[in-house]
Design a protein around this ligand. Structure first.
Ligand code: ATP
Ligand code: MG
Length: 372
């Protein structure tokens, strides 16, 4: 197996620069995800690694081998890179059976017939499609078609698998199941996986490490999912990893207020020294990190208050929209916990707000990101 290294990789189309100076090292055997918004260059970077696209500058190595380096006129063709690719639109050949789809890469590599048949059958078993060899893609579910695409990418024993949003066309349950299966495949085969997605849930679930890219294709943060989630490097990363509340906070006479309200804000007790000294800051909060209680409980005197504008029942939780001094907050209340504590709120009711966990951001930096 092999790692993948990108050194100062750039790609422009005419005058449009998609990426500039992208450097990353993916380790041998890891599942590494590029997470970024639509159009940030995720597909382009996979096509550069696969060799379908040429670099404008920089270099790419797979294992110890430099496969792209325009300055030295190096460009290994895709079939010499030993990578398996699953594209965004799962692209299985509609007129070939499952078996024909999977065996095809071996046929074009002129692998002996008997060996090709054996490897295709084994790979079909590996992805759980045994018994469906003779079916055509239209006779398969979306998830099964996805497995055909995976099997076709795996059959030639690649050192690296490049997966471009392979789960985007699946329903939520299948997507979850396939997430486990891809992870399982990586553990069983030791193959290095580069996975591209704009779905933060998939990225958090599947990655050993991930890179968060912004709309201009710049790397904002690289690390393990839990590290990035807990310690987002900036407000863009924070907002891209889930629903984000940005609460403008101002300090007056040593107390913090939600800007535009006269009621002090209840900060998490553990926040201690984490709050930077600036007078104007933004508190980043996940919907599950805000607790609500009826303002009549006495808390309203001490804690920032808002009004419950909307409460949408989602089954296990209630999705609440709070107006706090003109700032709209999304709060996810656990139904069970709220019922047990007698805290079921009604629309229009004034509420007290407590913040359990806060990430502090600089107000000016947030404005620059266009987040507020
Ligand atoms: N062959 C091409 N010629 C010109 N521009 C291109 C070409 N391929 C990609 N682009 C541009 O490069 C940018 C990045 O495209 P890319 O397909 O990599 O985005 P993406 O991150 O995969 O988005 P999505 O999440 O929507 O799939 C886009 O602005 C796109 O228009
Ligand atoms: Mg894409």
């Amino acid at each position: 197996m092999a790692g993948v290294e990108l050194r100062e990789v750039s790609r422009s189309f005419g005058r449009h620069t998609v990426m500039e100076g992208l450097s990353l090292a993916v380790r041998d055997g890891e599942c590494f995800t590029f997470l970024g918004p639509s159009g940030c260059g995720k597909t382009v970077v996979l096509r550069l690694i696969a060799g379908f696209e040429r670099l404008s500058g920089g270099a790419i190595s797979i294992g110890a081998r430099v496969v792209s380096d325009p300055a030295r006129k190096v460009h290994a063709p895709p079939e010499r890179r030993n990578v398996g690719v699953v594209f965004q639109d799962y692209a299985v050949w509609p007129h070939k059976t499952v078996y024909e789809n999977v065996v095809y890469p071996l046929v074009i590599r002129k692998v002996a017939k008997g060996e090709a048949a054996e490897r295709a059958a084994q790979t079909i078993r590996d992805v759980g499609l045994s018994g469906l060899e003779a079916r055509l893609p239209y006779q398969l579910s979306g998830g099964q078609q996805q497995r055909v695409a995976l099997a076709r990418a795996l059959v030639s024993n690649p050192e690296v698998m490049l997966l471009d949003e392979p789960l985007s066309n699946l329903d939520a349950n299948l997507r979850e199941e396939m997430r486990f299966e891809i992870k399982d495949l990586q553990r069983r085969t030791g193959v290095t996986i580069l996975y591209v997605t704009h779905d933060q849930e998939v990225a958090l679930a599947i990655s050993d490490r991930m890179a968060v890219l912004d709309a201009r294709g710049r790397v904002r943060q690289v690390g393990a999912p839990d590290t990035i989630y807990e310690n987002p490097g900036d407000s863009f990363v924070f907002s891209f990893l889930g629903v984000a509340n940005f609460i403008p906070v101002e300090r007056r006479d040593g107390l913090d207020f939600v800007r535009g309200t006269a009621v002090p804000l209840a900060l998490p007790p553990a926040d201690g020294g984490a709050r930077p000294a600036a007078d104007r800051l933004v508190a980043g909060c996940r919907p599950t990190d805000i607790a609500l209680s009826p303002a009549s409980s006495g808390d309203a005197e001490r804690h920032a208050a808002g009004v419950l504008k909307r409460a949408v029942f989602l089954g296990a939780s209630i999705d609440c929209r709070i107006d706090a001094g003109g700032t709209e907050l999304r709060v996810l209340q656990d139904v069970g916990a709220a019922e047990r504590a007698g805290l079921v709120l009604r629309e229009g009711e004034p509420v007290a707000i407590r913040l359990h966990d806060v990430k502090w951001f600089d107000a000016a930096a947030l404005a620059k990101e266009g987040l507020r």
